[in-house]
Design a protein around this ligand. Structure first.
Ligand code: ADP
Ligand code: ADP
Length: 227
């Protein structure tokens, strides 16, 4: 049950002599239930790969498809079935925690009251119900990331893509945020892909793929990407 299928997917920024190949032909599949880390140093192309998998960016070569998800058309990504935890601040400063968490549902047309009840339930599941009426500026970095995860949980996606979700956090907070993310994904029965530069984070996920200078490296002791 392949949810996302990237075949030789490449992404180049700019053109001519200053062009940067952020991702060379990456072949990468995510199946239902997978818990995958994409690990590599800063600038190795992890964010770009994640954006390709999310359909937020189009490949400049190869293709990305979503055979196991409902797409409106072959060309468009199944945005509503993919939850993205972005790197860095992603909460709306003027909205409190419940409003931020409910936002994807409100934007999808769910009535405000119902959306807020589901958001409250997600906050409760993540152990942060007490933060409901705080504004983002009143949260620590780890709290803000847990709210970003609650927002994804509220959306009930089948695939969760998290871009360096623990990147700016200290060790203990980072470990906690990753645990919260994994338990949220378990609750959803969703697949998970996490990008990280941190091998300690990567070790918490069952499948690990290394990235180096825009190339995915086949993991040791396992089969390389099938083609
Ligand atoms: P990582 O997530 O591993 O840090 P990125 O995917 O962010 O790597 O970046 C890979 C390469 O692509 C880097 O050289 C980066 O500078 C470049 N890059 C990323 N996004 C853009 C962009 N929007 N425009 C130009 N270059 C970019
Ligand atoms: P701390 O070190 O106190 O845990 P950080 O230095 O990581 O906090 O965060 C600084 C500020 O950035 C905080 O006010 C926090 O609320 C905000 N912030 C961090 N991550 C996010 C996010 N994902 N969305 C919105 N705001 C965030």
């Amino acid at each position: 049950d392949v949810l996302v299928d990237a075949r030789d997917a490449a992404r180049t920024y700019g053109r001519g002599p200053t062009a940067v190949v952020a991702v060379h032909g990456a072949t990468f599949q995510v199946r239902a239930g997978d818990r995958t880390a994409v690990v590599g140093p800063s600038g190795s192309g992890k964010s770009t790969l994640l954006h390709l998998l999310a359909g937020l960016e189009r490949p400049s070569g190869g293709r990305v498809s979503w055979p196991g998800l409902d797409t409106p058309s072959a060309e468009s990504a199944p945005i509503h079935q993919i939850g993205v935890v972005f790197q860095g601040p992603s909460l709306i400063p003027a909205l409190d925690v419940v409003e931020n968490t409910a936002l994807p549902l409100v934007l999808a047309g769910v009535p405000e009251g119902q959306a807020q009840r589901r958001a409250q339930a997600s906050l409760h599941d993540l152990g942060i119900a007490g933060l409901a009426r705080r504004l983002p500026e009143e949260l620590s970095g780890g709290q803000a990331q847990r709210v970003a995860i609650a927002r994804v949980l509220t959306q009930s996606p089948r695939l969760v893509l998290a871009d360096e979700p623990s990147g700016h956090l200290d060790r203990a907070t980072a470990d906690h945020v990753i645990d919260v993310l994994i338990s949220a994904v378990d609750m959803l029965g969703a697949a998970l892909v996490v990008t990280t530069h941190d091998h300690a984070v990567a070790r918490r996920l069952a499948i690990r793929r290394e990235m180096h200078e825009g190339r995915l490296i086949a993991p040791h002791g396992t089969q390389g990407p099938q083609s």
